[in-house]
Ligand binder design. Structure first.
Ligand SMILES: [Zn+2]
Length: 143
């Protein structure tokens, strides 16, 4: 498997996220002090401000709803030149109000989107041992 796309370079803070993604699991950093998920985890928790968030990564459902989106028509780097056009979606995950994450929507650029549309995480295997979290439209649940 080869890709011209840039590959993630995990550091100490992001390594658990990427290791989980390689297993096709979405795992997010949770602050040990306030117990809220923080995307992306930083030196301080963006919710409670502690300088010692002692993040622990927990697997989450990967379910959420579309809050916004855009179609990328011009590649931001040469690695994506062969991929345009594609959809980027801004997702609010079910686990926590306001927990937002941006990723590609793999259903294609012509997908009909609406605010509140249910999605679920999916993974793009772009290199050996490297998978990128993305999203797909969730199957309709009976109402
Ligand atoms: Zn916190």
């Amino acid at each position: 498997m080869t890709t011209s796309r840039p590959l993630p370079v995990p550091d100490d803070l992001s390594a658990p996220y990427w290791a989980a993604a390689a297993r096709h699991e979405l795992a997010l950093a949770r602050c040990a002090r306030c117990a809220r998920f923080d995307i992306p985890p930083g030196l301080t928790c963006s919710h409670c401000g502690t300088t010692d968030p002692a993040y622990r990564f927990e697997r989450v459902s990967g379910r959420g709803v579309v809050r916004s989106w855009t179609i990328v028509r011009r590649a931001s780097s040469v690695g994506f030149a062969g991929e345009v056009p594609y959809l980027l979606v801004d997702i609010e995950l079910d686990e926590q109000p306001g927990l937002r994450m941006i990723g590609r929507l793999l259903d294609g650029p012509d997908t009909e989107l609406a605010e509140g549309l249910a999605v679920q995480v999916a993974f793009e295997d772009i290199a050996a041992g490297t998978a990128i979290p993305a999203f797909t439209v969730a199957p309709r649940r009976p109402s």
